[in-house]
Design a protein around this ligand. Sequence first.
Ligand SMILES: N[C@@H](CCC(=O)N[C@@H](CS)C(=O)NCC(=O)O)C(=O)O
Length: 250
Amino acid sequence: MELLHDWDSVCSFKVRMALAEKGLAWTSHRVDLFAFEHLRPEFLALNPAGVLPVLRHGDVVLPESSTINAYLDEVFPPPSLTPAEPVERARMRNWVKLQDEVLYHAQRPASFQLLIKRRLGAMTPDAMAALVAGHPNPERARHFVTWATGPVDPAVVEEARQKIDGVLARLDGGLVDGREWLAGGMFSLAECAFAPFVDRLRRLGFDDLWAGRPRLAAWMARVATRPSYGAARAPAAELMRRAGVPATES
Ligand SMILES: N[C@@H](CCC(=O)N[C@@H](CS)C(=O)NCC(=O)O)C(=O)O
């Protein structure tokens, strides 16, 4: 099994988390996002959307992190990451949907402003536009031009924080009745989906968003102490860093 991924990519982390939870062996095929390798024809032939990750399993070539995780859980033996109870399964799927459809997009501008810009910000908008001209998704191409170049825009960061806060309020509200995990009684694909954001939101310096939510903070700590989290997280040398954050603290 081969995973085409990049290290400091939340969507890639999500799949590495499921692989680690299930104890599956995999081969790493790094596609360097900062070198725009995801826009090369050989990668676009595998995923015309031009985004990571992609799983290769025999003849199967599968994009989309949530679909990949569901596939891994269905194809490979226990431990299962999907609850047996229909209600818990449904809940798990709705959490994964929230991560995919809302949280991923909410954090994107903040990641661009505070992390990605540190790596690409020296580029002029024109140079960037030329680099991403072949992006299959014009909106994403625009994000590279407007969010990854120039000075940090505090208004963009603040808008992202507000949206992230809304998702965190929902997560906190889901951890009621002493529930340890989002679906109910067991760690599931819902935690795999959110684990990368435990890491990312900490590194964005948004800790105040869960400081007043002890239930949520405790759940985040439970997720972050899983051995799978340590295995799935990018090695320190591959982490994007915010200004002023020493290498040892990311
Ligand atoms: N819904 C997709 C989103 C994939 C995605 O956006 N991947 C990011 C990395 S986390 C990417 O490849 N970005 C490159 C780009 O936007 O050009 C999934 O969950 O797999």
